[in-house]
Design a protein around this ligand. Structure first.
Ligand SMILES: [Zn+2]
Length: 153
């Protein structure tokens, strides 16, 4: 097991929580277009939004991890998923802070915080502050941007 031992960080966002640039996956739009199904490409690369209530994980009660469709990075845990009633998969916490990047998005005349995969920059959805305890956050994510990986027994 590789663990950094010397550094004890206390801040919520620190260097060690940022996804390392050297591990990022960078492809051109054309390359993504070739490897992704159209609906995934439209959402993750063109910042589209899938229709509400098309959540492909709605009936998924399995324990596991939701990963980035584009690069497989682990993003959300099934135990953090909750029914928000919005029609999109919702989570109140991310699997690892460093695996997602959050940026202010002012498109469509709204101020929202956009959530993207930190490794391949795929657009995932948005985060709102009306979620349940303990975080008060609601990560509202497009299900087409995710693949589910069942937990090992
Ligand atoms: Zn990714």
């Amino acid at each position: 097991m590789m663990q950094s031992c010397a550094q004890q960080t206390t801040h919520s966002v620190s260097e060690s929580e940022r996804f390392p640039d050297s591990l990022k996956i960078v492809k051109t739009d054309e390359e993504w277009k070739k490897i992704l199904p159209k609906e995934v490409y439209d959402v993750t690369r063109k910042e589209g939004t899938e229709c509400a209530f098309t959540d492909k994980f709605k009936e998924n009660k399995e324990t596991g991890i939701y990963c980035c469709y584009c690069c497989g990075l682990e993003l959300f845990e099934s135990s953090h998923k909750f029914n928000s009633g919005t029609g999109w998969p919702s989570y109140f916490q991310v699997h690892k802070k460093q695996n997602v990047s959050i940026e202010r998005d002012t498109s469509l005349g709204m101020i929202r915080d956009e959530v993207s995969c930190a490794r391949c920059d795929a657009h995932l959805g948005h985060v709102f502050t009306d979620g349940p305890k303990p975080t008060g956050l609601r990560f509202c994510i497009n299900s087409v941007a995710l693949v589910f990986k069942k937990a090992d027994k």
